[in-house]
Design a binder for this molecule. Structure first.
Ligand code: TRP
Length: 463
């Protein structure tokens, strides 16, 4: 990595280069790319030094190592199958926005959502948990002129057990359904899990039905929600399959290799699967809901690791005569062990499961939640803890709704007034009733309820 001084000098040179190109009235693309590079370098400089770059002012030395060098983003790996980083604070999401070419959810957009819906924005929006988007302003423009849209999200059912991290997109989608009053389709990619994991088709389909119960327990409106298994719906819906084939014809092997990193030894099922995840983005895949309309705009709330599928979808959409879906991206939910990785459903101690008892929750948090506190009470009181790397604190940002209480916890932890044990207790007391309530709601979901949600049918939809 370059030193602050190196970077400062490079920046100064790049600043001059931009001025030079502008003065020469260079072509637009050239100016643009030089400016982009300058901006990226400024970001790197700020990350490295904790200071804004100012021409003529070389970096000053700082004692504060905590604010110090951020890890190289080469270490952040984000794709649908692998999420890892070497930084305890987790993935650098601002850099991800630049790399993926999406847009940051700025305060202005959050305010606009509040204005348009007349509702307080969900705390996932207020706290930057949903942090990036594509075309959300377009959805709001249309909505303001009384043009409705629909929501699409999904889940790969790789096991019967879901953990709290899996709920994030669904909790948020439920809120979107409520405040915008729009229909929702939920794709259960049992086919995807069969292709990628060592599971039988029957297991994958069974997990679809199990997971559907947890999804339904989030409170979706049965009159406005359709949940479908790919294994069932692909064969049952000619309209859906037609869209899959259209996408398949317009994406080359080369393109998916570039996007997903497939190799010659991947089975052909994997190679064509992205077309199946793309198809629900087009409204005429669901004639029972939208008739033959292909112009109902789609909004997809998902974790950022799903973006490659939808970059591909947005790329083909205009070429097959369809609208591009809009997107809202969330950050990852950290494993108990630390923000370096996403939680894994196969490691029981890496997360809190929706089936955990109050006692299991308590033990897991106390034993496994990575702490940003100091080793001894004396040290902690004197120096304070670091909420930015503390997993219990991160979990509270996801699940503690009260902004003031959360801010007080952050300050008290940082100052040392709040000890790690006390912070963990707060989290335990937040999670226990939340999980218990989920379990109660799930119990009320009968086979019949599942069948109802999963039957292709007309939904309430005011276009
Ligand atoms: N591929 C996703 C997974 O493995 C499931 C999925 C399908 C999805 N369609 C989606 C997720 C749309 C978000 C939005 O979990």
């Amino acid at each position: 990595m370059s030193s602050p001084m190196d970077l400062y000098e490079q920046l100064t040179a790049q600043g001059l280069a931009v001025r030079h190109i502008k003065a020469q009235k260079g072509n637009k693309a050239e100016v643009e790319s030089a400016v982009q590079l300058l901006l990226r370098m400024k970001e790197d400089y700020k990350l490295l030094t904790g200071q804004d770059y100012q021409a003529g002012r070389p970096p000053t030395h700082t004692e504060d190592d905590d604010a110090g060098p951020a890890e190289d983003d080469e270490d952040d790996q984000v794709n649908p199958w692998n999420v890892s980083t070497s930084s305890a604070k987790g993935v650098d999401y601002d850099k991800l926005i630049v790399r993926f070419g999406s847009c940051k959810i700025e305060q202005e957009l959050v305010d606009r959502i509040a204005r348009v819906t007349g509702k307080t924005p969900h705390h996932f929006l207020r706290r930057g948990i949903f942090f990036s988007h594509r075309d959300m302003h377009q959805i709001l423009d249309a909505y303001e002129s009384r043009k409705s849209f629909y929501l699409y999200t999904g889940r790969g059912p790789s096991s019967g057990a879901m953990h709290v991290g899996h709920l994030i997109p669904f909790l948020f989608t439920k809120w979107l359904q409520d405040v915008f009053d729009v229909p929702l389709v939920v794709q259960m990619t049992d086919d995807e899990k069969y292709l990628w994991k060592d599971l039988s088709l029957e297991d994958c389909h069974r997990y679809t039905l199990e997971n559907a119960r947890d999804i339904i327990a989030c409170g979706f409106d049965p009159d406005k929600t359709f949940i479908f298994s790919d294994l069932d719906y692909m064969g049952a819906s000619p309209s859906f399959y037609r869209n899959v084939v259209k996408v398949q014809k317009h994406v080359t092997f080369n393109q998916v290799k570039g996007i997903f990193g497939f190799t010659d030894s991947d089975c052909i099922g994997k190679i064509s699967f992205p077309a199946i995840q793309a198809a629900p983005s087009f409204s005429n895949s669901f004639p029972q809901i939208f008739g033959d309309r292909n112009d109902v705009q789609c909004l997809i709330p998902c974790a950022i690791d799903q973006d490659p599928y939808f970059r591909m979808t947005r790329d083909v959409a205009p070429r097959i005569g369809y609208l591009k879906p809009a997107l809202l991206h969330s950050t990852f939910f950290p494993a108990l062990q630390g923000a370096q990785t996403k939680m894994s459903a196969s490691d029981a101690n890496s997360s809190i499961f929706l089936t955990d008892t109050a006692k299991q929750i308590k033990n897991k948090v106390n034993k496994h939640a990575f702490s940003g506190g100091k080793d001894t009470v004396e040290e902690h009181r004197k120096l304070g803890g670091n909420p930015d790397v503390d997993v219990s604190f991160m979990y509270l940002t996801f699940f503690l709704e009260d902004d003031e209480q959360l801010e007080k916890i952050r300050q008290d932890y940082r100052s040392g007034a709040l000890l790690t044990g006390e912070l963990k207790k707060c989290l335990i007391e937040t999670l226990q009733p939340m999980i218990a309530a989920h379990q109660e709601r799930r119990k009320l979901v009968t086979d019949e309820t599942v069948r109802q949600f999963m039957t292709p049918r007309k939904l309430l939809f005011n276009c």
